[in-house]
Design a protein around this ligand. Structure first.
Ligand code: FES
Length: 135
């Protein structure tokens, strides 16, 4: 066997043996991202009707209680320049303090300068925990 053929066989063997590991890693990461993730507890949510977790496993999440246990969750990072939006309960909208962009309860832009919607998540209460998942 020529040296080049030997190297090709060894390389092919390495790729073939690592392929199942790579596929398993990709599938478990995808599964984890669709699982419910705890972002806080009900006690904290009840204090002000909103719960901000800037370091959750799926990134920053703002959960708001729009009415009795009707939860809405968004990534609060403004799509204009990245400031953190605030929930204005009386107006039922997310407002950016930096340049005044406004988003509806569904995350859609209501007022520029932002042009892209906020990312939204499914949210619910499980026991004493507030949980969200990618929707
Ligand atoms: S960063 Fe939010 S409007 Fe500019």
């Amino acid at each position: 066997m020529k040296r080049r053929d030997f190297i090709n066989w060894v390389g092919l063997g390495l790729i073939a043996s690592s392929l199942p590991v790579a596929i398993a890693a990709c599938s478990s990461a995808q599964t984890a991202s669709t699982d419910w993730q705890t972002v806080g507890n009900v006690t904290d949510l009840d204090k002000s009707g909103q719960l901000l977790n800037e370091n959750s496993s799926i990134g920053p999440v703002l959960v708001v209680d729009t009415s009795k246990e009707n939860l809405v969750a968004v990534n609060p990072t403004c799509t204009h320049k990245g400031c953190t939006v605030a929930w204005k309960a009386e107006a039922k909208k997310f407002v950016c303090p930096c340049h005044g962009a406004e988003y509806g309860i569904d995350g859609k832009v209501q007022k520029e300068p932002a042009t892209q919607p906020l990312k939204t998540y499914a949210a619910k209460i499980e026991g004493s925990s507030v949980v969200v998942r990618q929707s």
